[in-house]
Design a protein around this ligand. Structure first.
Ligand code: FAD
Ligand code: FES
Length: 244
């Protein structure tokens, strides 16, 4: 359940030209799941900014954010304490996996998949992953995924490759998977995969906890709020044309 609280900024450092790692800590025991997000109050901005959980412990949460506009730019200057709504959204479920898990990510959408890899290893699953970026300078999470023993494949637009063609070339279409990245990529993944899977969706948000209906989306089964019933939805539920 979403919890509003002030968390201590332990680290807020640049890890790539326009990407930062933000580590927050609190006294309370966090009950986070991979695929959930933290809704961050940025000074001077009325609306909070949703950022996925990259990693977590009982008392810390690590976020990875790319500077997209004024809000995330201001976030780079934050020190001391941050007002956040923690434990937002439903998160990924792991009921599809008993031995292997495939993680498919694009760009900053790879961030929540690191938490999934950590959870998968705790559950004794073998992690396979295909992560795509525009070019090599944008590569994220190499060290984290290596430490987890993941069978990780990077692809780069600059080489004329993409995550979807790579999954197909590896013959992994029938694996069960979790996916997060640009909407066009996720739609192509949905069309390619014969295995079951889940997608984490992105949208502009208002409240972030189900109160304003600002993130409502029509699914095959009816209306859902991305911040509350999502951001994670099952393959087969999403009407991609409503997101593009
Ligand atoms: C559930 C969820 C998880 C997210 N996780 C991460 C994460 O782990 N790391 C990360 O870097 N970003 C993440 N985002 C996106 C992040 O919330 C936005 O980049 C951020 O709110 C932009 O704020 P801003 O003030 O910097 O930019 P703005 O000035 O608000 O926007 C700058 C540009 O980005 C576009 N934009 C803003 N928000 C979104 C959005 N949600 N989806 C698509 N386009 C958007 C705007 O249309 C505009 O073109 C997540 C979004 C959601 C909904
Ligand atoms: S952002 Fe308010 S209901 Fe989702």
């Amino acid at each position: 359940m979403p919890v509003q609280e002030c968390l201590q900024v332990i680290e807020n450092v640049r890890i790539k030209e326009d990407v930062f790692r933000l580590v927050l800590s609190g006294q309370r025991h966090f009950f986070l799941k991979c695929g959930q997000f933290v809704n961050v109050k940025v000074p001077g901005k009325a609306l909070r900014r949703p950022i996925s959980v990259t990693s977590y412990t009982d008392h810390t949460v690590t976020l990875t954010y790319r500077i997209a506009g004024e809000g995330t730019k201001r976030l780079t200057e934050c020190t001391g304490e941050l007002d956040v709504i923690n434990e937002c959204g439903n998160g990924f479920s792991f009921d599809l996996f008993d031995r292997d898990i495939l993680l498919i990510g694009g760009g900053i959408g790879t961030a929540p998949l690191v938490a999934c890899a950590e959870e998968a290893v705790k559950r004794g699953l073998k992690v396979h992953a295909v992560f795509g970026f525009r070019d090599r300078s944008q590569t994220l999470f190499e060290e984290e995924m290596q430490k987890l023993g993941a069978d990780l494949h990077y692809v780069y637009d600059e080489d004329g490759e993409n995550t979807v063609t790579k999954v197909r070339d590896l013959g992994w279409q029938d694996m069960n998977f979790l996916c997060c990245g640009p909407t066009v990529m996720m739609r192509a993944v949905d069309e390619l995969m014969t295995g079951e899977g889940e997608f984490s969706l992105e949208t502009r948000m208002g409240c972030g906890f189900g109160g304003c209906m600002g993130c409502s989306l029509k699914l095959k089964s009816g209306m859902a709020r991305i911040c509350k019933e999502g951001p994670v939805f099952r393959k087969g539920e999403i009407l991609w044309e409503n997101l593009l």
